[in-house]
Design a protein around this ligand. Structure first.
Ligand code: COA
Length: 181
C-alpha cells in the first residue's frame, strides 16, 4: 500500500465524508458493496441511519480524501456477538492493498469478537480477502457468509471459545468520543 494512505477511525463529524466516498463508487462497486442497487438518495439514507446506530467506520485517506472504508456493526442476528464488516474502496485505488489494510485494522480493533463478511459469490477480491484471513464460508443463494476468527486471522491460532460479550462489543464499537449519535 502507498505510504501516503492513512488508516484511521472516523469520528462523528466525518459521516459526510463517508457519504461522499460512497457516492463516488461506480454502479458495480455499489452493487458489490450493498448487494442491491443503490442510487445517491439510498446512500444518503444509509449514512443518515448510521448517525444513530453505533456503527464504527475505519477510513483510508489518500491526500486527505477518504477513498476506502470498513463499516463495522454489531450483528443482532446471532446469540454470540459477531461484528459484521463491509468494505468499499474507490475503483481507481483498488488492487493496491487498501482493502487488506482496512481488514487487518478492523480485525485488530474488534478482537476477540469474531467477524462476519457477507459478499456476492462473484466478488473475487472480497472472497480473496476473507479467505486469506481464514474466513469459513457458508453459501446461501448468490451470497457467501464468511465467519472470521480474529485470533486466527491476527496470530494464526484458533480461538478456543468466545471471550467477549455483546455488551463488550457495543462499548468497543461506540467509544464515547467517537459515537455517531
Ligand atoms: C473488495 C474491495 C474492498 C477490495 O479492496 P482492494 O483495496 O482492492 O483490496 P486489495 O488491494 O487489498 O486486494 C485484495 C486482494 O484481491 C485480489 N484481487 C483483486 N481483484 C481481483 C480480481 N478481479 N481477481 C482476482 N483477485 C483479485 C488482489 O490481488 C488482492 O490479493 P493479494 O493481496 O493477494 O494480491 C474492493 O474491491 C471494493 O471496494 N469493491 C467494491 C465493493 C465491495 O465489493 N465490497 C465488498 C463487500 S463487503
Amino acid at each position: 500500500m502507498s505510504k501516503s494512505v492513512e488508516i484511521r477511525q472516523l469520528d462523528e463529524t466525518e459521516l459526510s465524508l463517508y457519504c461522499e466516498h460512497l457516492m463516488r463508487l461506480d454502479e458495480r462497486a455499489r452493487w458489490m458493496r450493498f448487494n442491491h442497487v443503490m442510487d445517491d438518495a439510498a446512500l444518503q439514507a444509509h449514512c443518515l441511519y448510521l448517525a444513530g446506530s453505533g456503527t464504527m467506520l475505519i477510513g483510508a485517506f489518500e491526500d486527505d480524501t477518504l477513498r476506502g472504508v470498513a463499516e463495522l456493526s454489531l450483528s443482532s442476528d446471532h446469540n454470540a456477538p459477531i461484528v459484521e464488516m463491509a468494505f468499499s474502496v474507490e475503483s481507481k485505488l483498488q488492487g493496491r492493498g487498501i482493502g487488506s489494510s482496512l481488514l487487518k485494522t478492523a480485525l485488530t480493533i474488534i478482537w476477540p469478537a469474531p467477524a462476519l463478511v457477507v459478499c456476492r459469490n462473484d466478488n473475487i477480491a472480497m472472497r480473496h480477502l476473507a479467505e486469506r484471513a481464514g474466513g469459513r464460508c457458508e453459501p446461501a443463494d448468490d451470497l457467501l457468509f464468511y465467519r472470521i476468527d480474529t485470533l486466527y486471522a491476527i496470530q494464526g491460532k484458533a480461538q478456543a471459545e468466545p471471550r467477549t460479550t455483546a455488551a463488550d462489543q457495543r462499548q468497543k464499537l461506540k467509544p464515547a468520543d467517537t459515537a455517531y449519535g
